[in-house]
Design a protein around this ligand. Structure first.
Ligand SMILES: Nc1ncnc2c1ncn2[C@@H]1O[C@H](COP(=O)(O)OP(=O)(O)O)[C@@H](O)[C@H]1O
Ligand SMILES: [Mg+2]
Length: 268
């Protein structure tokens, strides 16, 4: 089983959108997938999958109040997917968000141990992927997800905010934790992927990141995504659009990663 986190320095880079589409694509390919919303500050997966109200949340499993079976929902039958798609939603009620933010280090240590138990259990039950949609930044819950994962996909935009922030988390978090990363650029303006700009952008990316992470690829900005009002999984509804086609390439990379010599460093 491969376990990976979608993470970023800043919010809004597309982690949740990418996590949900990749999870669906991998289960369309027949893989058994578990997808967890670990962004307790801004739960979103329930909106994307259009599921509400949900009565049992992953929060209750982390607090040792519920079993995995009680908090994971298999969406494969309703979405007509080949493999299992077990989704753990995070509690979006404001009270739950507030109390989650107030949890101390000890609570998060216990949560990490619960997540480790879940990882072992999912693996034993034949899961091929455990995908963690994390909060941005360096809060305990994000660090837990990174620690639990075999590798992290850092989702960033091509701008200096994200370049600086990504270098910050690579140096300050991933290097000390000795955790491999893939760097995925999302919401890329198509003109940046055409010459002569592409060569310049590529050089800047290589100069900035090649010693720290591996470039996974680019996903174009797709303005019409907004037509789905945040509740459309394009891998299901519009598989032919460039946004989904680029994500398919990422799914293929994930299937092969880390490969025989798997290393995180060196750039693409
Ligand atoms: N490639 C893209 N092109 C256009 N909009 C996108 C793209 N990827 C994500 N979005 C939009 O960006 C917003 C933030 O995405 P989201 O997945 O919630 O980010 P995060 O989880 O990193 O906070 C959403 O409205 C989503 O539909
Ligand atoms: Mg999110």
């Amino acid at each position: 089983m491969k376990c990976f986190t979608l993470h970023s320095y800043k919010g809004g880079t597309g982690k949740t959108t990418i996590a949900a589409n990749l999870a669906v694509m991998l289960s369309q390919m027949g893989r058994n997938v578990a997808l967890l919303d670990l962004d307790f500050q801004a739960p979103s997966l329930h909106t994307l999958f259009g599921i509400r109200p949900q009565t049992t949340y992953i929060n209750a499993y982390l607090a040792q109040e519920k079993t995995p079976k009680e908090v994971l929902v298999d969406l494969a039958p309703s979405l007509k997917l080949k493999g299992r798609l077990l989704v753990g939603f995070s509690d979006p009620n404001v009270e739950a968000i507030r109390s989650q933010l107030a949890r101390d280090r000890k609570w998060h240590m216990q949560a990490l141990s619960q997540l480790l138990n879940l990882k072992v259990r999912l693996q034993a039950e034949g899961a091929d992927y455990m995908i963690l949609d994390s909060a941005p930044g360096v809060h305990y819950s994000s660090v837990n997800a990174i620690v639990l994962s075999d590798f992290t996909v850092i989702v960033a935009k091509i701008d200096n905010f994200d370049f600086d922030g990504t270098v910050n988390v690579l140096d300050g978090l991933y290097t000390p934790l000795n955790k491999p990363t893939l760097l995925l650029f999302n919401k890329v303006v198509p003109a940046l992927l055409e010459e002569p700009r592409y060569s310049q952008v590529r050089k800047t990316i290589e100069d900035t990141f090649s010693s720290k992470t591996k470039l996974m690829g680019f996903i174009p900005c797709y303005c019409d995504i907004a037509l789905g009002m945040g509740s459309e999984i394009h891998a299901l509804t519009q598989p032919k659009i460039p946004f989904v086609q680029s994500l398919k390439k990422m799914a293929t990379i994930l299937e092969k990663w880390p490969g025989p010599q798997g290393t995180a460093k060196g750039g693409t």
